[in-house]
Design a binder for this molecule. Sequence first.
Ligand code: NAD
Ligand code: ZN
Length: 346
Amino acid sequence: MSTIFYHANGWKQLSVTIVEKDYSSVFVLVDQNTKSHCLSHFDQHFSHPYTLLTMDAGEANKHIETCEHLWSSLSEQGADRNSLLLNLGGGVVTDLGGFVACTYKRGIDFINIPTSLLAMVDASVGGKTGVDFQGLKNQIGIIREPAFVVIDDGFLTTLPINEFRSGYAEMLKHGLIADADYFSNLATEQLNVKSTISNNIRHSVEIKHKVISEDPYEKGLRKILNYGHTLGHAIETHSLNHPSAQNLLHGEAIAIGMVMEAELSYRTTNLSIGERNQIKAVFSSIFDSISFDDSDRSAIKALLKHDKKNKSSEVRFVLLKAIGAPVIDCLVSEEDIDAAFRFYAD
Ligand SMILES: NC(=O)c1ccc[n+]([C@@H]2O[C@H](COP(=O)([O-])OP(=O)(O)OC[C@H]3O[C@@H](n4cnc5c(N)ncnc54)[C@H](O)[C@@H]3O)[C@@H](O)[C@H]2O)c1
Ligand SMILES: [Zn+2]
């Protein structure tokens, strides 16, 4: 697993690496928002010449046409195998930029500089790259580590609050799958407090790092990072495919998934009723409640069958036997899923 450098140490490492590796050219990928909000902070810390590549912001642009556009730009600007791509942005930029770097001329080096909370604690770490395809999330991609990751939480000052909450959902997930005390602390702390967020980001990254270093290719343990994501991805995809429905961010969708999967855990892996209710209470205190009608529910259930983590046609879940104690590869019935929707709605 690639190394993560924080703050001043990260910027220093970046300068040192660029000199040492003697890259033929350096490209920086941004989206429109990170271009306006993050580039000046980046320029304060990075003095090497670079060529800027820009993509449209948002999940709706995380597709192969954007890659084609970027491959063309790299090619037109003379990028060769010894070029470097810096991905400066949220998870869309780090996932898509990583994929572009891994595939351009069979792979050039890339470094992630996450600017959203979600990308800092999750997307930029662990080597999963890729794009959405035919309306399904992350269908095309590759697992390859960035050369390293630079985390500077100074970028977070311009991040909209809903995006901040979206990342916070992944941090709460880290507590749920690995550290009950961390979950409780996050639940009681004020969201964006500078003094605690730095330490919490590090702790979340440590949890993800530990899981991935034991199982880089998701043969077993790594699946625990998918808690809340089986239903969450289906809910997110549904919202993406129906722009008229409530448009949900990744973390907002998996927050719903985590509440629903707490009910599945109660029914399947004996999560206590107290902890099930605690999980719901914590997420309800941070996220607005979303309503699903009959047609939403059937569409989401149909999407579950496409979940790429399923073996054959069975839908498998990561569930909890207690907060901090996950169980992988759990099977649930359709009746359980209906109950999970009811539990969320109650
Ligand atoms: N590879 C992985 O392991 C992994 C893990 C989790 C999520 N993901 C992926 O990450 C994506 C979600 O990431 P995200 O939530 O960062 O989405 P995102 O990249 O769309 O960023 C969210 C929004 O915030 C803006 N933004 C980012 N940083 C900003 C800043 N500092 N100031 C102002 N605006 C800023 C972006 O332009 C965008 O509009 C999804 O595509 C998801 O599938 C990948
Ligand atoms: Zn996630």
